[in-house]
Design a protein around this ligand. Sequence first.
Ligand code: AGP
Length: 367
Amino acid sequence: SAYEAGEHESFMRKEILEQPTTAQAVLRGRLDERFGTAHLGGLDMDARELRAVRRVKILGCGSAYYVGQMGAALIEELARIPADAEAASEFRYRNPVIEPDTLYVAVSQSGETIDTLLAVQEVRRKGGRCVGLVNVVGSAIARECDGGIYLHAGPEVAVASTKALTNMFLAFALLALQLGRVRDLSIADGKRLVAGLERLPGQIEEVLAGEAELVEVAKDLAEAKSLFFIGRVRGFPVAREGAQKFKEISYRHAEAYQTSELKHGPLALIDPDVPTVALVPHDELAERNVGALHEIEARKGPLVVITHEGVDLGEVSARRIVVPRNEPELDPILLNVPLQLLAYHAAQHLGHDIDKPRNLAKSVTVE
Ligand code: AGP
């Protein structure tokens, strides 16, 4: 049947609101509660091959690259395998070393992004193994890879990717869990994460239920010419993705920074006209993050803080957006959902064509 925006004013909003359902789809049939692991038949790798992986290199473009950074963090944390993400558009131009015991992972919603496809071909030409995290079944990247995980997010029409991104993160969580459980991740930790993943779709729903509270915040952010998105460690790729989404549809300059790096330069830009959206999850860095908020406040920079219940912001005056807590490793996904809504409502307020932002295509299939 035709996929239509229906009663929604745009595909982007429809796709944001679908996430509780589409998130279930990527998890369905893949979680194992008894052994605290995931089963990813499509990877086509047995336990011996999974154990032989010494490094993971993730390749994607734009938002798929940023979610790749979230995925790399998950894999390092859960599987204790060194992992990183790289922009697929740069990869083939630097004559990369392809190692036989590295697992290459290509990430793409469309499965047709030319830069990602050519990166996969570079890996395979040099004898590497590349698996895909792809949404569109039978797409070029899916066919080029040795195996992979389909994202089951359903068709995504809006140029600004939302539900596919969420499912990319969840697919990385499944991969990290399976890689972890054939190595040193304990069954207790495995079960803890399986339970966390099962709670996530409902918690995404909770965040979406708070949409109305975000509209005014988004309108204020839309008035700024330039803004910062800041986060640390797990929160930094979320900040990058939040800035990207904001730029794409609001046409405002948005820059992501590690909170810890502010004092090394960009603090010079903070003033009453430059708002900062800060990610401050309830984790071991919360206190340090709050310290950075004080620095911003002292320069009269307006603050929007995406945080958890129980994080003490002290005297800092900020607009606080609270998301539910899950297992800390899975924080990025719930922190990201309000950023989707902020970008959406800012663009809506500015009267932009949300589904088809200027200068951009849904998938970039020519170099
Ligand atoms: C996301 O909002 C962007 N439109 C863009 O960065 C996108 O994620 C990128 O072009 C990759 O597309 P793909 O997932 O289809 O490969």
